[in-house]
Design a binder for this molecule. Structure first.
Ligand code: AMP
Ligand code: MG
Length: 350
């Protein structure tokens, strides 16, 4: 299949620039598009066959449900059985934006889209290209991240081309995304809202709006053998570079000392070592090739660069990757959730 690439400036484009993308989606094709979180791989969410094509293009396990993207609140009602009261203030405050809510699904949504679950995940993106594309499609758009399953999510169109060229109908290139990590997923089907996947909208921000918010254990620790996390995607290897990665938690000087010692030994036996370090700690490293993931004092810069840094490790041919860790608060909780999975849960205290 020849993949058409459409370049758009997110600040200066016309609705009709997205007419062809809308048409492709309406007739059951696949279009990758930028959102404020990561690039998505879109298909008509109400067309089981189109949803099936997403699983095939990504190599995604069929029990891992897709998030359905809408462009206005009126599009929500047909997709769900009800809107629990707890969801109302959340939608008012954080939509459009990087927040996904789980509702009981209506019969309109095929079970192919929801990986066989009787619930549906819905998000209203704020990215202007994403919103206009959904409007032009005139159908809700099922869209997981536009990467091959298991790899780091795409934050630039080049990443999507790397993974999806020849497998899908169109890639819309809107430049590098803003946030760089996937949306916060909140289950609204129980007694209180529960975070299934941390994201840019943090537990602290959610608490300010609706009081108590739970957090699913699967998002902070490795799910046990046979455990079925509420977000099925949490049980799979994810966000991972090809090399074996280990992350170190502790004081910056101690972390750097440990990484230097390990990197020195690895290099002595001919291994290619890449270190993911914060800008503040750069002078502390003397072995391995060092990639700056952002500034520790500005967690948004780390979120923005993380996936690109993990992909660069692959390009550099890394055998081993060592990384610093971050706090379990605010946006850093989401960064640590992705780092833990990328590292296959190899997190060491120093
Ligand atoms: P991605 O689109 O690649 O960011 O992955 C979507 C994430 O949303 C996966 O972790 C899914 O398991 C999760 N998800 C989607 N729909 C549901 C649902 N109905 N219930 C729980 N988790 C869901
Ligand atoms: Mg994904």
């Amino acid at each position: 299949m020849k993949t058409k690439i459409l370049r758009l400036d997110p600040q200066h484009f016309l609705p009709e620039d997205l007419a062809e993308a809308g048409e492709i989606l309406r007739v059951g094709g696949l279009v990758a598009f930028p959102t404020e979180t990561v690039y998505g791989l879109g298909a008509n969410a109400l067309d089981a066959e189109a949803a099936t094509k997403i699983y095939a293009a990504k190599g995604r396990p069929s029990d891992n449900p897709l998030i359905v993207h809408i462009a206005s609140e009126e599009e929500l009602a047909p997709l769900v059985k009800c809107v629990p009261q707890m969801a109302v203030p959340l939608m008012k405050t954080f939509w459009p934006g990087p927040m996904t809510l789980i509702f009981p699904k209506s019969d309109l949504v095929p079970s192919r889209t929801t990986g066989g679950l009787d619930t549906v995940a819905v998000r209203m993106p704020s990215d202007p290209i994403a919103a206009e594309m959904i409007r032009q499609a005139r159908v809700p758009i099922a869209a997981p991240s536009a990467n091959v399953s298991g790899r780091p999510s795409p934050t630039k169109a080049e990443h999507v081309v790397e993974d999806m060229n020849g497998r899908i109908d169109m890639i819309i290139d809107g430049g590098q995304v803003g946030i760089g990590l996937e949306s916060t997923i909140i289950d609204c089907t129980g007694a209180e809202p529960v975070i299934l996947r941390p994201g840019f909208i943090s537990q602290e921000m959610l608490k300010d709006v609706c009081g108590h918010v739970g957090i699913d254990r699967a998002s902070v620790e490795k799910p046990k053998e046979g455990e079925r996390p509420k977000a099925p995607g949490m049980k799979y290897r994810h966000y991972a570079p090809k090399a074996e990665m280990t992350a170190f938690h502790g004081k910056p000087e101690a972390v750097a000392e440990r990484i230097n010692a390990l990197a020195k030994a690895d290099e002595a036996v001919g291994k290619k070592v890449v270190v993911l370090a914060t800008e503040e700690a750069l002078p502390l490293y003397s072995f391995g090739e060092v990639i700056c993931v952002g500034r520790r004092a500005d967690e948004t810069s780390v979120a923005h660069n993380l996936y690109d840094s993990l992909r660069r490790c692959d390009e550099m041919g890394a055998d081993v990757i060592y990384s610093e860790c971050f706090e379990e608060t605010g946006l850093s909780r989401a960064i640590m959730n992705r780092l833990r999975k990328a590292a296959g849960y190899r997190i060491l205290e120093v």
